[in-house]
Design a protein around this ligand. Structure first.
Ligand SMILES: C[S@@+](CC[C@H](N)C(=O)[O-])C[C@H]1O[C@@H](n2cnc3c(N)ncnc32)[C@H](O)[C@@H]1O
Length: 238
C-alpha cells in the first residue's frame, strides 16, 4: 500500500525544492571569507563549532539569523532537526556563521583564502568523481600549507560490522532508509581510497588520524562517531 501524502510532507518537499533552486542560482559564487585564520566546515548540518564557517545545502543553512517565526516554521518542516529542541536549533543557527551552498558545485570561496577545511560524514554523499572534483576545489581554496581533515564512515569498519553479524548496520551505510536523495551515500572509503583521492589531487602528508587528534583545531567539538569513522588529514603543498 502506498504512503499517504500529509501536509507536513508536502511542505517539507516544497522547502527542499526551494532550497535546491536557490543553490543552483548561487552556484558560481566565490565569497571572500574574511580575515585569517579561516576555518570552514563542509556539510556541517548543525554540528557546529565557534569561529567556523559552516557550509551546507540543507534548508537550515538558509535560515541562520532569520526571524523566530520563520525558524519555528522550518524547524517543524525541514525534517532533520529531531535531535534538538527548538531553542537549541535556533541557538545553533543564530550564534554561528552558515553559508547555504551545494558543494557539488565546488567550494564557494576565493582562491587560497582558507586555512583549515573540515568535513565529517559528508564526502560519501558524493560519487567518486564528484568527490574528486570537490577535493580539487578544496585544494584551490586552501592557502599553501593549509590543512584538510576528512572524516567518513570507514568501509573497513562497516565490513567488520557485517562479519560480526550486524547486517542492518552494515546495510545502512550503503542504502538510506531516510527520505530525500541528499542523505544517500554514493560512495564509501577506506584509507587507501581516501589516500588515492587526496594524493591524486595534489595533497601531501596524507595521514590517518585518531579520533579528536590531529593538526585541525577544535576537534573536541567537531569529531564525532568514533566507532564508525575514518579520520584523515592532508596538507596543501606549499
Ligand atoms: C550526515 S550529515 C553530516 C553532518 C555533520 N557534518 C556531522 O558530522 O554530523 C551530511 C550533511 O551533508 C549535507 N550535504 C549533503 N550533500 C550536500 C551537498 N551536495 N552540498 C552541501 N551539503 C550537502 C547535508 O545537508 C547534511 O547536513
Amino acid at each position: 500500500m502506498g504512503e499517504s501524502v500529509t501536509l507536513p510532507h508536502v511542505v517539507a518537499n516544497v522547502v527542499e525544492f526551494a532550497s535546491r533552486a536557490i543553490a543552483v542560482m548561487r552556484r558560481g559564487r566565490r565569497i571572500d571569507p574574511g580575515p585569517r585564520p579561516v576555518r570552514v566546515n563542509l556539510g556541517s548540518a548543525l554540528a557546529v563549532a565557534p569561529g567556523w564557517i559552516h557550509v551546507d545545502s540543507s534548508p537550515n543553512a538558509l535560515l541562520a539569523g532569520r526571524s523566530r517565526s520563520i525558524q519555528s516554521f522550518a524547524y517543524r518542516y525541514t525534517g532533520s532537526n529531531a535531535q534538538f529542541d527548538l531553542e537549541e536549533y535556533r541557538r545553533r543557527l543564530n550564534s554561528h556563521r552558515f553559508v547555504h551552498h551545494d558543494l557539488a558545485y565546488g567550494v564557494p570561496f576565493t582562491d587560497a583564502s582558507v586555512d583549515f577545511l573540515y568535513s565529517s560524514h559528508f564526502l560519501e554523499h558524493l560519487s567518486w568523481g564528484a568527490g574528486l572534483r570537490l577535493l580539487r576545489d578544496c585544494y584551490r581554496v586552501l592557502h599553501p600549507g593549509g590543512v584538510i581533515r576528512l572524516c567518513v564512515p570507514d568501509l573497513e569498519k562497516a565490513v567488520q560490522f557485517y562479519l560480526r553479524g550486524e547486517r542492518d548496520r552494515f546495510l545502512s551505510y550503503f542504502f538510506s532508509d531516510a527520505t530525500g536523495q541528499r542523505r544517500q551515500h554514493r560512495f564509501m572509503y577506506d584509507f587507501a581510497l581516501l589516500y588515492e583521492a587526496l594524493s591524486s589531487t595534489g595533497f601531501v602528508d596524507v595521514i590517518k588520524c585518531e579520533f579528536q587528534t590531529g593538526r585541525t583545531p577544535d576537534l573536541l567539538e567537531l569529531d564525532n562517531r568514533s566507532d564508525e569513522t575514518l579520520y584523515v588529514e592532508a596538507v596543501r603543498a606549499a
